[in-house]
Design a protein around this ligand. Sequence first.
Ligand SMILES: [Ca+2]
Ligand SMILES: [Ca+2]
Ligand SMILES: [Ca+2]
Length: 246
Amino acid sequence: MNIQKTIYQSIAVTTLLFTSISASAGLVYSNDFDGNEFEASGISSTLSGGNVEGVQGYSALAGFDGNFLRNSSLGNPASSTTFSFTGLGDHTSISIEGLLAVIDSWDSSENSCCSPDLLGVKVDGTLITSATFNNAIGNTNTAFGTSLTGGTSPANTYNNIGFSGWGEQAFDFSGYAPLTDIAHTASTLTVEFFAYGAGWQGGTDESYALENIAISTNGVDVPEPSTLAIFALGVLGLASRRFKNT
Ligand SMILES: [Ca+2]
Ligand SMILES: [Ca+2]
Ligand SMILES: [Ca+2]
């Protein structure tokens, strides 16, 4: 056996090992609710809460197509739409991307008959962000990412594009700061969307839907050069011992 060849092979194996660790970052899960559900290798996912329904007039807005996952639950808090995962590889944060449909008469957060109406997002049980929308009454309207209906219009001016007679809004929350690079390292993950607030009526009165959900991991630690060198030396040590034994 040629020891120089063995050393080169060992370095190649070391490089391959670190390449495979880095490859665990990236897209974990996506779902367009039209039968295209993606799970990364080694990931197991479960989804609960919500109904797959046609997008109705949302089909005119960029990204909405076929069906989405609508949650029209009653209660305070209303039952959540929950995505749960096991088997996540090494990572330092997660990002949640997708489209949000704000359907019918959300009543914002002012003290009226029917508010506040709030949308919360929890990661592993911790509230990450909350939002409110004024499709019907009130003045507060969260910019939950990029508005797909032209911004924060005054109350009662959104177009009615389906469901009951009230107007709708839509947002693309891909890159929305509160849902981007959320610190997270565990191999399990739970992401919950839920409506809450004393004014939440739910049902056919006010509801929401998710479309084109994508959840990814970010920021895998790259091994420091010193760690890599020690690891490589260890492999070389094994290789040279094997050489001496042959
Ligand atoms: Ca869809
Ligand atoms: Ca309400
Ligand atoms: Ca409507």
